[in-house]
Design a protein around this ligand. Structure first.
Ligand SMILES: Nc1ncnc2c1ncn2[C@@H]1O[C@H](COP(=O)(O)OP(=O)(O)OP(=O)(O)O)[C@@H](O)[C@H]1O
Ligand SMILES: O=c1ccn([C@@H]2O[C@H](COP(=O)(O)OP(=O)(O)O)[C@@H](O)[C@H]2O)c(=O)[nH]1
Length: 226
């Protein structure tokens, strides 16, 4: 069996983590695990962690580290036979340290997108809350305006995606993410991509993953024939 591949994607709200993770999942066969979607599934299913997480999310707070790790790490353990990309976790240094104890990451992708671009994208972001499917009126519009392509249910916009809320969210992201980014830089697995456009970033991410995944697979094959 080829070596499993573990990746994390980081970036401020609107940087394209969800959009790029979906492309990676489709092009490279990785499982995409989004912490936000996973929390929403737990809330919908009324699990103990979901009920607890909801109280924080409703107040626009981060869910405490011990709740997040207790929820996410067992989910990752269930995926031991799959290569995966994690989106939205780890958010804090404590989460990153807990993840390091659980598994070894191959690549961390960090998205560095100009503020004006983030503002524009979030202003036009529409979400299907039940599935987490994300649309943008300019970039990937739904087939019918205001309606989810698959379920036909209405789309909503997040209060938080208003341009006025973004500066504070961005400042908060930078404060919390800085030590996480420094940790991955020190481990030599951080790859930062800066541009205004996912379509221009994508070829670089794709060639990075092509190199990494192919190199890992050939060394795993060499190990199995030795
Ligand atoms: N790793 C995490 N640690 C703590 N709380 C988290 C984590 N991931 C998600 N959450 C909680 O779930 C909420 C929804 O997460 P989600 O990633 O879907 O949206 P978001 O924070 O609005 O980010 P974005 O706009 O980048 O998609 C967050 O606002 C936060 O309260
Ligand atoms: O090059 C891009 C990438 C994303 N988006 C849109 O920008 C918003 C934010 O993207 P996403 O939800 O993937 O970002 P995240 O918050 O997960 O980082 C969504 O409406 C996307 O459809 C865009 O317009 N252009």
């Amino acid at each position: 069996m080829s070596k499993l591949f573990r990746a994390v994607i980081m970036g401020p709200p609107g940087s394209g983590k969800g959009t790029i993770s979906e492309r990676i999942a489709q092009s490279f066969g990785l499982q995409h695990l989004s912490s936000g979607d996973f929390l929403r599934e737990n809330i919908a299913a009324n699990t103990e962690a979901g009920v607890l997480a909801k109280t924080y999310i409703e107040k626009r707070l981060l869910v405490p580290d011990h709740v997040m790790t207790r929820l996410l790490l067992p989910r990752l353990e269930e995926m031991t036979r799959h290569s995966w990309i994690l989106d939205g976790f780890p958010r804090t240094l404590a989460q990153a340290e807990a993840l390091s104890r659980a598994c070894e990451l191959d690549v961390v992708i960090s998205l560095n997108i100009p503020l004006e671009t983030l503002k524009e994208r979030l202003r036009h972001r529409w979400i299907h809350p039940a599935s987490g499917r994300v649309y943008n009126l300019c970039f990937n519009p739904p087939r019918v305006q205001g309606v989810d392509d698959i379920s036909g249910e209405p789309l909503i916009q997040h209060e938080d995606d208003r341009p006025e809320a973004l500066v504070a969210r961005l400042r908060h992201y930078k404060d919390v993410a800085k030590p996480v980014i420094d940790l991955y830089k020190a481990k030599n697995i951080l790859h930062t991509f800066s541009d205004t456009d996912t379509d221009r970033i994508w070829p670089h991410i794709s060639s990075l993953l092509n190199t990494k995944i192919r190199t890992d697979q050939s060394s795993a094959q060499r190990a199995s024939t030795n």
